[in-house]
Design a protein around this ligand. Structure first.
Ligand SMILES: Cc1ncc(COP(=O)(O)O)c(C=O)c1O
Length: 442
């Protein structure tokens, strides 16, 4: 293959791109070829400020030396070790380092390769846990409208984003959904947690009564619903959910695939909100997006329930060829070291106010109907063009890329989640770029 084909492909047809408007992309490709710290570089040499940490994952910034070195050294030393019935030191070391930063009581780690797999794993752990404890009638799973829990069948069943579900048959049985918490009439332009809506948690009582609480295994929610466009839990909401779960013996799963690893200025959203679930799902920031890896973190009580029967028997019939993969584990260790060296897991708390003020300075712009923020997350909701939902925000995304900043859109919402190394002047630059975009789009 001539060298330049590795830089500029001459045919874009074979690759069916995920969650992408393929025909639009291929008529107007947006190709990235390099990345360093806060910036991408396009194949034609333009620098793009990363306002989204890739896909909510590059929390440590791009191509950070400790992570790069860890991966390079590991691939040369031990490329792969079987994940079943064999071990290698880095997977254990990463688990030990992880439980130093996870909420108290959550201290057993099961590895996956992605957020979607973490969710499937967590749901299976929840069902098996009840069965092992002689409570096998608990088979129902409760998710939430507008929730995103990845793209596999369990995840789309408990998830509540209609487009992700509607083509795929009947999904898992025995699933019900809490209402979402988006109340724009009452909470628009909230800073941090909105005031109204805690009572929506009480819908869990209604669902419990409807099905009989003894049939419900677990409730899974994102502490902050990210992919649907940043829905921040109303004050008191998560506390009420926890209380109802405790009352009825439901396991509470927090899907922290985007909120984990410093996004809110604390290691996990559970720390930020002071509400501890029984299971946390993670991925993305675990390796700062560098190598695919996820992890499910559970309480000792859940883990120990599985540790019975003959010692030569597998306790949990579940796992992936790449669970705890050596290169991913090395990337995870390099990532946690980078977070620790640079205090990145709490850096967001120092920048949050600046971020909030800058973001809300966009409130006078045309079409802006809501702005919301928490930690280093922001969302700008735009009035949809009549009859053409998503088009206005997509136009904003294209225009922003032209102007040198990467934003993400979902529906008519611009969602922002920069790497945690962002500086105040880079926040200015990002918001300035979006301000110009909002003036120019129609
Ligand atoms: C809350 C949540 N759960 C699960 C996932 C799925 O992760 P992945 O794309 O790694 O499968 C995502 C991805 O954005 C997410 O935001």
């Amino acid at each position: 293959m001539p060298d330049n084909l590795t830089v500029i492909p001459n045919d874009l047809n074979a690759f069916w791109m995920p969650f992408t408007a393929n025909r639009q992309f291929k008529s107007q490709p947006r190709m990235l070829s390099k990345a360093k710290d806060m910036h991408y570089e396009t194949i034609d040499g333009r620098k793009i400020l990363d306002g989204t940490a890739g896909l909510w994952c590059v929390n440590a910034g791009h191509s950070r030396p400790k992570i790069v070195n860890a991966v390079q050294n590991q691939v040369a030393e031990l490329d792969y070790a079987p994940a079943f019935q064999m071990g290698h030191p880095k997977a254990f070391e990463l688990a030990n380092r992880l439980i130093d930063i996870t909420p108290k009581g959550l201290n057993k780690v099961f590895y996956t390769n992605s957020g979607s797999e973490s969710v499937e794993t967590a749901l299976k752990i929840a069902l098996a846990y009840h069965k092992i404890n002689g409570d096998g009638g608990r088979t129902r799973l409760i998710g939430r409208e507008r929730g995103y829990h990845g793209v596999n069948f369990g995840g789309i069943s408990v998830g509540g984003i209609v487009n992700n579900r509607k083509m795929f048959g009947t999904l898992l049985g025995g699933v019900d959904h809490l209402p979402h918490t988006h109340l724009p009439d009452k909470n628009a332009f909230s800073r941090g947690q909105p005031e109204h809506g805690a009572e929506l948690a009480d819908e869990l009582e209604r669902i419990a009564t409807l099905h009989d609480p003894s049939t419900i295994a677990a409730v899974i929610i994102e502490p902050i619903a990210g992919s649907t466009g940043v829905l921040i839990p109303p004050k008191g909401y998560l506390e009420r959910i926890r209380k109802i779960c405790d009352k009825h013996g439901f396991l509470l799963i927090f899907d922290e695939v985007i909120t984990g690893f410093g996004r809110l200025g604390s290691p996990f959203a559970a720390d930020y909100f002071g509400v501890t679930p029984d299971i946390i799902t993670t991925a993305k920031g675990l390796t700062s997006g560098v190598i695919p890896m996820g992890a499910v973190i559970v309480t000792e009580k859940i883990h120990d329930s599985f540790m019975n029967g003959p010692e030569n028997m597998i306790e949990f019939f579940h796992g992936y060829t790449y669970s705890g993969n050596p290169i991913a584990a090395a990337a995870g260790i390099g990532t946690l070291e980078t977070y620790s060296d640079e205090n990145l897991l709490t850096r967001g708390s120092k920048l949050a106010k600046y971020w909030e003020d800058k973001l809300h300075s966009l409130n006078e712009h045309p079409f802006v109907i809501d702005i919301r923020n928490i930690g280093l997350i922001g969302a700008i909701e735009l009035q949809a063009i009549d009859g053409m939902p998503t088009k206005r925000a997509f136009n904003a995304f294209l225009k922003a890329f032209e102007k040198g900043c990467l934003i993400r859109t979902t529906g008519d919402i611009i969602a922002l989640s920069p790497p945690l190394i962002i500086t105040e002047s880079q926040i200015d630059e990002l918001i300035d770029c979006i301000g110009k975009v909002l003036h120019e789009i129609e």
